[in-house]
Design a protein around this ligand. Structure first.
Ligand code: CDP
Ligand code: CDP
Length: 222
């Protein structure tokens, strides 16, 4: 493969984006960028600094000094917010909800998109999120939009929680996903939606290997 492509993968939570993107990045020797962690870090920053999300000035001050660093390794990604490791904290339920709430705000999105473009504009990247193919890199070389039945997605997240020793109710997880799908899809700024030129992939009945191979084949064909 001669060119260092920009590959965008969007879709709702637990559709399989990050697992696929991570494995694909390894296969292609590309850099993987998970943009969800950036909105999660913003949510945590607002919580820590007691920022009123309706106060533009407070938000602006927070965004001016925010530093988000992602360290990628085989063992899992480490996320640092203003120098402090927050990888585990940002996965907790309160931050998941807050990330979706803060992601509706135009100034927050503008700042994250600016950072994401800087991270990815040289190519050789796979970026996953909600608006990568529509807003961050509308000229991406390849765009994929992953979906899956909400019940299947809830089961996936439930299994993950079990493996971490967290005793969550499947029904609560499903309701949280439904709320977040709605909040992410109905917002005015960069809603979650399939780019016109994205290839849809319904992962409900697919394995992770199927997903990686499907995308890999498309990319190799150019
Ligand atoms: O990044 P996104 O939120 O779209 O999903 P993910 O974190 O890649 O996948 C959510 C969970 O579902 C992970 O634990 C995956 O291993 C699992 N998964 C699965 O079991 N089968 C698939 N076909 C895709 C994902
Ligand atoms: O891992 P999971 O799929 O549950 O969520 P995530 O990818 O970590 O994203 C958390 C939240 O950040 C999403 O529900 C969106 O509200 C927001 N987000 C966004 O608005 N735009 C992106 N490019 C990525 C995430």
């Amino acid at each position: 493969m001669k060119k260092k492509y920009i590959i965008a993968i969007d879709g709702p939570a637990a559709s399989g984006k990050s697992t696929t993107a991570k494995l694909l990045a390894k296969k292609l020797e590309y850099v993987y960028i998970d943009t969800g962690v950036m909105y999660r870090a913003c949510g945590l920053s607002a919580l820590k600094n007691d920022v009123d999300l309706e106060n533009d000035l407070e938000l602006e001050k927070m965004l001016d000094k925010i530093s988000i660093r992602i360290e990628y390794s085989g063992k899992g990604n480490k996320v640092f917010l203003n120098g402090e490791e927050v990888s585990e904290r940002i996965r907790q339920a309160d931050i998941t909800k807050l990330s979706s709430e803060i992601a509706v705000i135009g100034s927050v999105r503008a700042k994250m998109v600016e950072l994401q473009r800087k991270m990815g504009d040289k190519g050789g990247i796979i970026m996953d999120g909600r608006d990568i193919g529509t807003v961050v890199f509308p000229n991406a070389d390849f765009k994929f939009f992953m979906i899956a039945d909400v019940h299947t997605r809830a089961q996936r997240r439930w299994k993950e929680a079990q493996e971490k020793g967290e005793d969550l109710k499947l029904e609560d997880i499903e309701n949280e996903l439904i709320w977040r799908d709605k909040n992410d899809s109905n917002r005015k700024n960069s809603p979650l939606k399939q780019a016109k030129d994205a290839i849809p992939i319904d992962t409900t009945q697919m394995t992770i290997t199927d997903q990686v191979e499907f995308i890999y084949d498309v990319i190799i064909r150019g």
